[in-house]
Each structure stands twice: as C-alpha cells, then as structure tokens.
Design a protein around this ligand. Sequence first.
Ligand code: SF4
Length: 336
Amino acid sequence: MRIEDIRQRLRALGANPRHEQRVLRLWSQALPQDAGRREIAHFLPAPLVAALPVLGAELAALAVLRSEHVGEDGSARLLVALGDGQTVESVLLPRDGLCVSTQVGCAVGCVFCMTGLGGLVRQVGSAEIVAQVALARTRRVVKKVVFMGMGEPAHNLDNVLEAIDLLGTEGNIGHKNLVFSTVGDPRVFDALPQGRVKPALALSLHTTRAELRERLLPRAPRMSPEELVEAGERYARATGYPIQYQWTLLEGINDGDDEIEGIVRLLHGRYAILNMIPYNTVDELPFRRPAWEQAADIARRLHRRGILTKLRQSAGQDVDGGCGQLRARAAKPVRR
Ligand code: SF4
C-alpha cells in the first residue's frame, strides 16, 4: 500500500488536506489512540470519524512485530511481518534511531550480504515503510530514521521518497535525521534535490578501486568511486549536510594501505564523514571481520591524514546482526 492510497481513502471519506494531515500525523507518530479524541470528533467529518477504527486496524496490520531480539549495545532487531506475510527487519538503534527496510530482498547482490544472496522478492510500499516507523514508536522514541535495512532504496525510489516526505512533515523527523542510503544511482542525485524534504545521504563506497567495487557490488549502477564522490559532494554542498560514506571493512579485501591512500585521494577536503564498519562474519559467506585493533589503526591513520573517520560496530551483532541475517535465520533452522 502506498501513502497516496491512504490519502485517497481519506478524501473519499470527506477529508480535506488538513484532515489528511491530522490522521497521517496520528498514525506516523504512533500517538495514543485517544490523543485529542474529542477534538478529532469535532474536527473531522463524521464518515471519517466512523471509519477511523477500521482504518487504524488496517494501518496497524501493515507492519506487525513477529519477534524482537535485544542486543547488548542497546539496539533491538525487530522481525516485522508485512500484510502478505513477507518479513523484513527493522533495527531500533541506540540514541533514538531506527533502521528500516525498503525492499523484501535486494537485487544489488553485494557478495558479502545475506539479503543480496536471495535476490529481490518485492518492493516495500511507502505505507509499509512508514508503518515500520509507527510500529517502532510503540516501543521507543524515534527521532532519526535511516534507510539502511534490507533493500536498495534507489531501486524503490518513488516509495522511499513518498515515505521520506511524510516522515519529514507529519512524522516529525528532522530532515537531516532522515538518512537515505544507497550504493549510488544517478536517479538519486536527480531526485533528492527536488523534494521538499531533503534527507541526509549515505553512500556505500566500500572500496576506492572501481574494478573491486564491481566485484563486490555486482549489480550496482556503474558509477566509479570518483563519480560517486563528485555527485555526493554536490548534494552535500547543496543541502549543508555532510555525506556519510559507508565502508564495510573486509579482512584482506579492502583494509590495505592502497585503500588508505585511495581514501585520502578521494575524500580529502570533501564535506564528508567516513563510517568504517568491521564486517559481521557469518558462517554462510567467505568473508572475515578484521581484528578491532587493526580497524582502529586504519581509522587513526585516516584521521591523521585529515579524513573524518568513525569506526562503528554494526548494531546488534550479538543478535545475528547484519543485513538480512535475522530474516535469513527465521527462514531456516539455526545452525550453531
Ligand atoms: Fe542490497 Fe544493501 Fe545487501 Fe547490498 S548490502 S545486497 S545494497 S541490502
């Protein structure tokens, strides 16, 4: 379901734009059902008031909590069932953040990612994206939403932009606290500057070597690291928010001196933050996580060379964290 479908339902029940705003605000912010109930009864048209319980139940059914896996770092992985029984992951992050999924599966096929292994199953509708936020808000405060869960947001651009627009307006999330994450797609750089809500941008770089990037991200649009950084820099300057470059650190693959030199060459003087996230090793894939001390040394060396680098843990590692792992384990017996 798309947000536009909900708007059409509301209009058919006599809602004007202000009525729509009111209902979408109640839903996306997960305000208690009785919040302003008397006011709503006076403010909204009678057919709409009568339909609200049914509509509310339908919206709640868009994203239903299947299971919750709490990590030691304050994160919690939510396995979320969509209306047709497909499942996606949302992750409650420390400091009021939430990571949402934008597709069931993913077509990019990053070779180190469990979600990429299974290919694309289906798109997640804009209403289902917002429903993940509404569900999370029944459990915790959410002030930041990152589109870094399952899926490539650029491959579901209309739905993701519609969700961003609602979350940045009625959903009460600051625009720079909405983080669109992509492997890089020219359509993103055309579309994001046009929106009334301009999210922050995270670009998955992972390597500075074009030929290695093609091997690691086999079905990502063909943008070289240089083209990606050029396009990112234009967006950063236009919005005033730095680009967050994402780098999944894979032992023996992209943790060498050549990459450090490449990063300095590409990012020095750019309006950018480099987030280095040591890979979360899984049995099913042949990649390994470098030692934390080695990762910390890389981050220190980059810092000394003038690159603002943050070394991060991927949230919820102790609960089968990592893109698509929870869903993958839910779909088959756990091997220990
Ligand atoms: Fe898709 Fe992201 Fe996994 Fe790559 S890392 S396959 S873009 S979900």
